[in-house]
Design a protein around this ligand. Sequence first.
Ligand SMILES: NC(=O)c1ccc[n+]([C@@H]2O[C@H](COP(=O)([O-])OP(=O)(O)OC[C@H]3O[C@@H](n4cnc5c(N)ncnc54)[C@H](OP(=O)(O)O)[C@@H]3O)[C@@H](O)[C@H]2O)c1
Length: 352
Amino acid sequence: MAKIFSPNFIFKRLLSNKIQSQKYVLTKQFQGEPKKSDFQIVEETLPDLRDGEILTEAEYLSVDPYMRAYMIAYKLPTDMIGGQLAKVIQSRNEKFPVGSYVTGAFGWRTHTVVNPNIWNALDFLPLTTIPDVSPHPISLGLGLLGMPGNTAYFGLKEICKPKEGETIVITGAAGAVGSHVGQIGKILGCRVIGFAGSDDKCEYLEKELGFDRAFNYKTSNVSAALKEGAPNRVDCYFDNVGGEISTKIMANMNKFGRVAVCGSISSYNDPKLPKVTIVQPTIVFKQLKVEGFLVSRWVDRWDEGINMNLKWLNEGKLKYQEKVYHGFENMVDALVGMLRGENIGKAVVKVK
Ligand SMILES: NC(=O)c1ccc[n+]([C@@H]2O[C@H](COP(=O)([O-])OP(=O)(O)OC[C@H]3O[C@@H](n4cnc5c(N)ncnc54)[C@H](OP(=O)(O)O)[C@@H]3O)[C@@H](O)[C@H]2O)c1
């Protein structure tokens, strides 16, 4: 990864009050896993604030699967997209005083000048202030109390519409969204079965988060696992991964089951799309309802999700883990680590 710093970077900083920001620019399209050499880190001088604007300094940057999936749609070179949790360090907007924290889709960059009143970036991550979450870490604003938390909350409640006593199956179950979906499933009185990529993750899901059963999809027979874990078959499937495992799970669903198609991470790093067993006969004969969604559908109800997740957190009904990477220079390692499954819960990067 090339760093483009002007030679008098430090000298300029000493002479000027202007803030120098660093940002990642994607210069080469991903082939398979993202690589450091796909990016350049570029330095830029930020303008003085105008009325309504704030200057923020990133404290935590998010690494999310969509970053791998979405960038193929962009013309290069382009600034790397992504959410971050940032502190307001200068303000000309009374709603966002110095010292307050915001989340926004500012991208992989250290400092940002933005006017929250006319913010219009990735609309699945609105610019919001962060409530007091103490004693919990403020980075929850990127996870349980942010976009992934709302994906779990709205995706499960509004698409799967689970009823008490029903059985929910979740893939990607130990990740940011999946671990949260399972816990809401338990709050709603459902039987919850998870699939995740290691025995440690499965143990965490069963022993710490209260999943009824969790199976390692890398070592178990999925159909046999479902017979054992979901004896009354499956009513709701929260699909984070796509591919053959999803076809197998859908084949084990009850009539009129509901499938929330949240993502398909099993294919994101794959240069060619995998072939899977045809799923339409199952959908027809079981009369399944299969619905894809983007969390942005509920942007006008964003606070409802955050407040409910915060309430459940404070009541001890939601637990979390974070995988914290360190250093702005390690963003790519963090993204790749998350895609490889290094994380339990939300993967974030502490900038300094
Ligand atoms: N629709 C929306 O609005 C929306 C919003 C947010 C997220 N999403 C989607 O939700 C899914 C989960 O996102 P997240 O942020 O919660 O990420 P995450 O689950 O925290 O992290 C990604 C996880 O994916 C798993 N994984 C990687 N390769 C896999 C493969 N080949 N097969 C199965 N699992 C694999 C890994 O866990 P293992 O160790 O278990 O393999 C890894 O930990 C993604 O598909 C994402 O695109 C959608």
